[in-house]
Design a protein around this ligand. Structure first.
Ligand code: SF4
Ligand code: SF4
Length: 156
């Protein structure tokens, strides 16, 4: 023989259902009175932690040229092959300047290894995080997209 099934009387069932409704409404009311946690994005953005790592950016030197010398150290250290197509101009050594550079945000782990490996302090992971796209191509940024605006490097 199995264990006996507990049967509630009709009034007890009604009282139980009513109590469940009251408990549910109490939860609704409690949350309705809490301050809103949503924001009018993108018009209003949440302040980020200073060490937040977002879109990769190329810095400019005081003379306005990119700091990057196309040494490829960042490409070699990147564990996910997110950096590619680095080419420099005809100059040699420290005088060489990057001409082409592609960073694929969809592959990036934001691990910062590329920044730490760069011997010229030429790149950084900034605060920009609106870097999504509908396709792989839209998450790839070239040097023009990554280079900071002219004039900004002079203030460093
Ligand atoms: S942050 Fe890490 S994963 Fe992203 S590009 Fe740099 S090395 Fe590669
Ligand atoms: S960003 Fe730095 S590590 Fe990467 S190619 Fe340029 S100079 Fe070299």
């Amino acid at each position: 023989m199995g264990s006996p099934v507990t049967l509630h009387s009709r009034p007890a069932e009604i009282a139980l259902a009513a109590w469940s409704i009251v408990k549910g409404l109490a939860v609704t009311l409690r949350n309705a009175l809490r301050p809103s946690v949503t924001r009018d994005y993108p018009a209003r953005r949440t302040a980020l932690h200073p060490r937040f790592r977002g879109k990769l950016g190329h810095k400019r030197a005081e003379d306005g040229r990119p700091r990057c010398t196309a040494c490829m150290a960042c490409e070699k250290v990147c564990p996910t092959l997110a950096i590619r197509e680095i080419e420099g101009d005809e100059a040699k050594g420290r005088e060489r300047r990057v001409r082409t550079y592609v960073w694929d945000a969809s592959r990036c782990l934001f691990c910062n290894l590329c920044v730490e490996a760069c011997p010229f302090d030429a790149i950084e992971l900034g605060q920009e995080y609106s870097i999504v796209g509908d396709s792989r191509e839209q998450t790839c940024f070239d040097l023009e997209d990554l280079l900071e605006p002219a004039g900004k490097g002079e203030s460093r």
